[in-house]
Ligand binder design. Structure first.
Ligand SMILES: [Zn+2]
Length: 345
């Protein structure tokens, strides 16, 4: 992976430990929650209102995160209620405890309609047809039946990390201005990492709450999933970058994973370069025809375990579908009906 990390400026040497906050601007607090994945934490943002707090992202349903929230609510949040809960997007480490928090405080839930809907479908056990579609998708990309079955079951683990999602939403859309914590924020909706990911930009104070869209150190997962197997999320992701062109270089970017940073334009350039190189490597490997599974192993040689190979497949297919849409790679089916890809010419 290309790191542009040395071109970025990190104003904070340390992240707050669980239950503790760092004030990044007056009335805007940064808290960090521990995650039960290799991605070991998620940053959340607490914005002080006259009558309580707006919380942006909540983490997922684990005892450690519940304990961190108990500490935050009693400590830095001074026992004041949560009046609004926002999810930047529907992934479980962001939206997982939203329903619990909304219910506990009778708070308003705010987010994009697409992410809320996606989460309600994805984080519901035995949603009609979901497991069959996932299984067929894995087999079509070269996984053996028994492995595919294990992987489909394995994903249930993520479903258990979400509390029941809020039943109603205050929908936000791209370009809308929302007043949160005494500041006006422009909602920026982007695709690529998620279907309708929301970032929040405050021009007056030069702050961008960026969710997972522009992480400082790792490239956000850009993946094809079984719900939309022919989608081109990488094209969507790359197409989102010009939306950030007009944001001043000195803007403080608050990402969901990693440290707050300045240097948004260097970071965007670095992410673009990363994907360009991955596209070149993908087209190179596909000079010899390959299915998705074999290509994923070639693209991610160090990956192990069915769960991780599932992520690798999604990410690999994002690059493959981009090349297919560009007319650089052809897609065909082998005798067993599995997808096979090959670079043209
Ligand atoms: Zn995410």
């Amino acid at each position: 992976m290309i790191s542009t990390i040395d071109q970025l400026e990190f104003p904070y040497a340390d992240a707050p430990p669980p239950g503790v906050v760092t004030e990044v601007a007056p009335g805007l607090l940064w808290a960090r929650l521990p995650l039960p994945f290799r991605l070991n934490h998620v940053n959340v943002w607490l914005l002080e209102e006259d009558d309580g707090w707006t919380v942006i992202d909540t983490g997922c349903a684990t005892p450690a995160i519940h304990a961190a929230w108990a500490q935050l609510l009693a400590g830095p949040m001074r026992g004041k209620p949560v009046v609004r809960v926002i999810a930047t997007h529907g992934h479980v480490d962001h939206i997982g405890l939203t329903g619990w928090m909304v219910e506990r405080f009778d708070a308003e839930f705010m987010g994009t309609f697409g992410e809320w809907m996606w989460a309600r479908v994805s984080h519901t056990r035995d949603f009609s047809g979901a497991n069959e579609t996932h299984h067929r998708f894995l087999v079509s990309h070269g996984f053996e039946e028994a492995v595919a079955e294990r992987m489909v079951k394995g994903r249930q683990r993520f479903i258990d990390l979400s509390s029941a999602l809020p039943g109603a939403i205050r929908e936000i859309r791209d370009g809308e201005i929302v007043r949160l914590g005494g500041r006006d924020w422009i909602v920026m909706v982007t695709r690529g990492h998620a279907f309708e990911h929301a970032s929040f930009y405050c021009p007056a104070d030069g702050i961008l709450i960026a969710g997972d869209h522009l992480l400082p150190k790792i490239s956000p997962v850009i993946a094809v999933y079984e719900m939309a197997p022919k989608a081109d999320p990488l094209a969507d992701y790359l197409a989102s970058f010009p939306q950030f062109d007009g944001i001043p270089a000195g803007t403080l970017v608050l990402p969901s994973h990693g440290m707050p940073y300045r240097g948004i334009h260097q970071r965007v350039a670095g992410l673009r370069q990363h994907h360009d190189r991955r596209l070149d490597a993908t087209a190179g490997f596909l000079r010899r025809p390959s299915n998705g599974l074999d290509l994923s192993k070639a693209m991610f040689p160090h990956i192990e375990g069915p769960e991780n190979i599932g992520f690798a497949l999604g990410e690999t297919l994002a690059h493959v579908n981009y090349l297919v849409h560009q007319g650089i790679v052809d897609e065909a089916r082998d005798a067993a009906g599995r997808n096979v890809y090959v670079t043209r010419g």
